[in-house]
Write a protein that binds this ligand. Structure first.
Ligand SMILES: NC(=O)c1ccc[n+]([C@@H]2O[C@H](COP(=O)([O-])OP(=O)(O)OC[C@H]3O[C@@H](n4cnc5c(N)ncnc54)[C@H](OP(=O)(O)O)[C@@H]3O)[C@@H](O)[C@H]2O)c1
Length: 224
């Protein structure tokens, strides 16, 4: 993989992932509904990381068309509309990595609750909306933006759920570019509904323990 594009890459989660992947040497394309906002975010990251980093900013459509690996990091309430809008821009055979969590906070309720999604999960909704031939994998829903936005290793597992082996491999590769992260095969895409719910639990844990970066590890399996 040479590059990764991030829809919603101007938000804390997208920027945190961009920081880690650019630091690991990937070319990162930050997408936004506003190309200027994307360029500003990209410039900030380049300043922070130095001349070795390659980060560009584009509008979401430009970002999606520029890479065969696309990460979706937008609030759930905007996911369906943005995917419908971007449908013509995907490269044939692209992989969409869905990090969206249908938190109830996106409709004014608590972040410690998730919304019921008709398709089962945000990732399954995304899979219904991408063009034929684009594979969806669910990953990174449980990594806190606060933890990504730092220098230390990210001590947590990333559960990867997909129906397509190639998409699973893409998410594994992205996860391995983040020091400390271990990708764990979480089975089929339908299991994303469980992984997305864990984020709501982690938000509750953050509140109870007055921290911002709770994560989790699966025990009892061999290292990947
Ligand atoms: N924050 C975390 O710690 C964390 C951890 C795990 C998973 N997640 C999940 O990752 C996703 C992104 O999280 P975030 O905290 O970065 O969210 P965010 O700041 O609310 O949104 C991310 C970006 O999405 C774009 N956006 C906002 N509303 C949109 C809409 N209606 N349609 C299309 N694009 C829209 C915005 O970029 P432009 O205005 O530049 O287009 C924004 O900067 C969410 O689904 C969240 O649940 C977050």
């Amino acid at each position: 993989m040479q590059s990764v594009a991030i829809i919603g890459g101007t938000g804390p989660e997208g920027r945190g992932l961009a920081l880690r992947w650019a630091r690991a040497g990937l070319k990162v394309i930050i997408g936004s509904r506003d190309a200027n906002r994307a360029r500003t975010a990209a410039e900030e990251l380049c300043r922070r990381l130095g001349p070795a980093a390659t980060v560009e900013g584009m509008d979401n459509a430009g970002a999606v068309s520029a890479s065969s690996t696309v990460v979706l990091a937008v609030p759930f309430e905007g996911q369906a509309a943005i995917l419908k809008q971007l449908k013509p821009s995907f490269q044939s055979g692209a992989v969409l990595v869905c990090a969206t969590v249908p938190l109830a906070s996106s409709v004014g309720d608590r972040g410690s609750r998730v919304l019921g999604v008709w398709q089962g999960s945000a990732a399954q909704q995304a899979a219904e909306l991408v063009p034929d031939g684009v594979s969806v994998v669910a990953a990174f829903e449980n990594i806190s933006a606060d933890v990504l936005d730092g220098e230390s290793d990210v001590e947590c597992d990333v559960i990867v759920c997909a129906d397509d082996q190639r998409a699973r491999q893409v998410a594994f590769e992205l996860a391995r570019h983040i020091p400390g992260v271990r990708p764990v095969d979480g089975g089929k895409l339908e299991n994303a509904r469980i992984v997305e719910q864990i984020t709501a639990l982690l938000i509750s844990i953050n509140i109870r323990h007055k921290v911002h970066g709770a994560g989790f590890r699966i025990t009892g399996i061999a290292a990947n």
